[in-house]
Ligand binder design. Sequence first.
Ligand SMILES: [Zn+2]
Length: 97
Amino acid sequence: MSDPIAREDAEEAPRRRFELDDQGFDEVPAKYRRFYRHWKGPGDALGANEVVCPVCKIVIRSTRELRSGDRLYCMACMTRLRVREGEAGRLEADCEY
Ligand SMILES: [Zn+2]
């Protein structure tokens, strides 16, 4: 008999979870603000749960660790995105049409 939880773990390593705080991103409705923040430029470090929208250059944040292949929706510019592994293992996002 196989434990469904163990099987799930075998398919995908557990993802880290993140607490998101409101960083004052006021271009989306208040209840969604914590999922976005402004990109502060080249010195800005992205968390494992963050990726920069290639269209509007804001940072999209998730409560879960992001992985290559994940789909995201940028509410700020209404673009559908797909996460991929970019240079140096950093996560980047491409537009999906
Ligand atoms: Zn965007």
